[in-house]
Write a new protein. Structure first.
Length: 145
């Protein structure tokens, strides 16, 4: 489990919000998704399955030195939020009833989203080691610019 102090959690959440607001303003997010986002955020910060910790530990030192762990954690959470938004919209478009949405919505979706998001976030951070524009872009969205 990732060591989560109040400061760590606050920073990771702030980074996730900064990234989201930079790419997709939170005011544009459908109201019904906020609870799902909060649940996803809490689950990913707690890291009870140790996937984030394992992903972070597996990064080369040169990648870890680019960002503090809590910043990368927030970046990863934001990536998961974006994927959740896309999947939720797809589910809503494909399902004809609320019961179908409920059935499809929770069928292991958080786990799949988290795994895909972590893989993508790790790939981006590794690439940022040699791609200065990508690193600058990551740092910019982390700071909410």
């Amino acid at each position: 489990m990732t060591e989560v102090t109040a400061a760590y959690k606050e920073r990771a959440e702030q980074v996730a919000l900064n990234v989201c607001n930079t790419v997709m303003p939170m005011s544009d997010i459908p109201e019904g998704l906020f609870e799902a986002y909060a649940n996803l955020c809490n689950e990913l910060i707690e890291d009870t399955d140790l996937k984030f910790s394992a992903g972070w530990d597996a990064l080369p030192a040169s990648a870890k030195n680019l960002l503090p762990k809590e910043d990368f954690h927030g970046f990863y959470i934001a990536n998961a939020w974006f994927q959740l938004s896309r999947v939720a919209q797809d589910i809503a478009d494909m399902a004809e009833t609320d019961d179908e949405i409920a059935e499809k919505e929770y069928n292991g979706i958080f786990t799949r989203l988290a795994d895909a998001s972590l893989k993508e976030s790790v790939r981006k951070l590794k690439k940022a080691r040699t791609d200065r524009s990508m690193l600058n872009s990551i740092k910019s969205v982390i700071e909410g610019k």
